[in-house]
Design a protein around this ligand. Structure first.
Ligand SMILES: *Cc1c(COP(=O)(O)O)cnc(C)c1O
Length: 597
């Protein structure tokens, strides 16, 4: 696993304060990651001195290469080591002679004795990290990626090293959802200072020169090429969504269904399987069991609350992921994320949680071991019923190299001169792959205007969710006590099957999308829906407006009455998505309509 031993503020400070970096073990071969790193750091304004005994006296990327650290004639601020872990102690012994401020060991490289030795000599140590990745993650908000640093700021940021900032980094650190949902990912615009994040309504991005273009195409440096792969407005949204889950990075796409497709593409292949809850959102069931079949992907549906059944299903050697909804749409089934995570990770497969209905305001699945989290941002995240979208968040907690074969991430990719994504990007490989390969070739890109609407919607996520939850509780109790209503599937009731799980996993409420049934059956249900004058009769959820639908006469019309019963949407079932109007008005509208049936 990749070490997370250092906080972002410390790394930001290091990257802002060093100027000269000696890179030990840098390769002259442009296809090697070390060469990428050197090139990227040069571009950000650092002076890089290559150190490599085989190349001593030659030039690498226009810099004279030295045989060893002590041969370098200028003062070195940081030593960056691209050698095997076991070689680090001897490199550290040499490094202390030239007194750098920082001794940095690359991704996958660490050595206890070397760490102790340099620390004893008053030198800062970073290990198992890449300065290029860290730099682009922290300062590169306008580049491709959507990687989240834990830093926010009300000040403009600059990709170049900023020597003035050595006392005050210019950053602010917050872990609070309310603050992050307003600030994360949206520094003031670098060139104009605009405080509302701009909509980058453009298809393509100019190259500085052909060398810059080839670096971008080679994935040697982060940046934008063409808006099918990345766009700065979308990248800002990706950072914000990742921050709300405390994830490593995110990839935004055109819809929730696209998020499921893009999330599974790096993981599955012909003959490979996903084990999923049989109570997924209906559209997802169709996508998983019918449409994905055409790619040769298979889905095994299980009762997600029967852990023995789940355990048995994931044993099959072709299974590559376990998939469930934290709070299922529409019936409100709640899954036991911690237990599912143990089962998945024991079998070396990632746990993917669709957190659309709960949102980060109720639940952060990553806290309980989910590896990937997906959203239909169409629902509560954008929140106003005006922008389709989807997102995939990578917690960075799954080890792709040591799980069951995840070939797309861990073997050479011929569409990028044979780079191995995992070797090059470490635990950022999955999200990089989603942009660089999946969006490039499947093209399910989010429009920048939708990214902008979703960024704006997210600013009020917590406020909206609190009001949704308050109103849902009022409406659920009203319905439960009404003599024309049979059954209300809201997890807030003590007698609900899912009440205990809801209390364990959900922070500020029990969900605002649920079902209830009317005693008068199909005709009564239809009449109720048609006679609402405040609630909107439509097929969405998670809007500020209250919404209502009768699945049997609409979304599930094609099924027989028996099939509908099995799907949990019998003839008398109504789904409601409680909005943020005054709760008394929502109840009045329902009460008036109930009088007619
Ligand atoms: C709506 C929804 C989806 C699909 O999202 P779209 O944005 O409509 O494509 C997936 N999962 C859940 C839980 C949903 O509610």
């Amino acid at each position: 696993m990749i070490g997370q031993q250092d906080n972002d503020l410390k790394i930001a400070h290091i990257l802002n304060s060093v100027n000269t970096i000696a890179m030990v073990g840098v390769s002259k071969n442009w296809k090697r990651p070390s060469n990428f790193v050197m090139k990227y750091l040069q571009k950000c304004g650092y002076k890089i001195i290559p150190v490599n005994p085989n190349e001593a006296g030659n030039f690498i990327l226009d810099e004279m290469c030295y045989g060893k650290l002590t041969d370098i004639p200028i003062k070195i601020d940081m030593v960056d080591v691209f050698r095997k872990s076991e070689e680090c102690l001897s490199i550290a012994k040499e490094a202390i002679k030239i007194k750098p401020n920082v001794f940095w060991m690359q991704l996958g490289v660490t050595n206890e004795k070397a760490i102790k030795l340099v620390k004893k000599n008053g030198i800062e140590v970073i290990y198992n990290k890449c300065p290029k990745i860290e730099h682009s993650r922290i300062f590169g908000s306008l580049g491709s990626g959507g990687f989240y640093s834990k830093l926010i700021s009300s000040k403009k940021q600059n990709l170049m090293i900023n020597k003035k900032k050595s006392i005050n980094s210019g950053f602010f650190v917050s872990k609070n959802l309310e603050t992050l949902s307003v600030h994360a990912g949206t520094f003031p615009d670098t060139s104009t200072g605009a405080r509302s994040f701009p909509i980058y309504q453009t298809t393509a991005f100019t190259f500085d020169d052909t060398d810059h273009a080839s670096s971008l195409y080679n994935l040697q440096e982060p940046g934008n090429i063409y808006a099918r792969l990345s766009n700065p407005t979308t990248a800002a949204l990706e950072q914000r969504i990742a921050s709300l889950d405390n994830g490593l990075g995110a990839c935004c796409v055109s819809s929730g269904h696209a998020a499921q497709l893009v999330a599974l593409y790096p993981i599955l292949g012909p003959g490979k399987k996903v084990v999923a809850s049989s109570k997924l959102y209906g559209g997802s069931i169709t996508q998983f069991t019918k449409t994905f079949k055409n790619f040769g992907w298979e889905a095994t549906l299980v009762d997600i609350n029967n852990l023995d059944q789940v355990q048995n299903a994931v044993k099959s050697k072709n299974v590559r992921a376990l998939f469930a909804e934290s709070l299922a749409n529409p019936e409100g089934n709640i899954c036991d994320i911690s237990s599912l995570s143990k089962i998945a990770n024991h079998s070396n497969i990632p746990l993917i949680i669709d957190n659309t209905m709960a949102t980060q305001a109720l639940c952060k699945p990553g806290d309980y071991g989910a590896n990937l989290i997906i959203y239909s941002t169409t629902k509560f995240l954008s929140g106003h019923g005006n922008a389709m979208g989807g997102a995939i968040v990578d917690m960075g907690s799954f080890d792709w190299a040591n799980g069951r074969e995840f070939n797309k991430l861990t073997t050479p990719d011929t569409s990028y001169h044979g780079i191995n994504f995992y070797e090059t990007f470490g635990n950022l490989s999955y999200i990089n792959y989603c942009h660089a390969c999946v969006l490039r070739d499947l093209g399910t890109t989010m429009a920048p205007f939708n990214a902008y609407l979703t960024l704006t919607g997210l600013e009020t996520l917590k406020l909206r969710m609190q009001k949704h939850m308050f109103n849902a509780s009022k409406v659920a109790f009203f319905l439960k006590n009404h003599q024309k209503i049979n059954n209300v599937s809201w997890a807030g009731f003590k007698e609900s099957t899912f009440h205990e799980l809801a209390k364990k996993y959900f922070k500020i409420g029990f969900g605002s999308v649920f079902t209830f049934s009317v005693k008068s059956g199909y005709e009564g249900a239809k009449k109720l829906v048609e006679n609402c004058n405040l609630l909107s009769h439509l097929a969405n959820v998670g809007d500020t407006k209250s919404l209502i639908i009768h699945p049997a006469s609409t979304t599930h019309r094609q099924l027989t009455s028996e099939q509908r019963e099995a799907a949990g949407v019998g003839d008398s079932i109504i789904r409601i998505s409680v909005g943020i109007e005054h709760h008394k008005d929502i109840i009045k509208d329902l009460n008036d309509a109930l009088k007619i049936i």
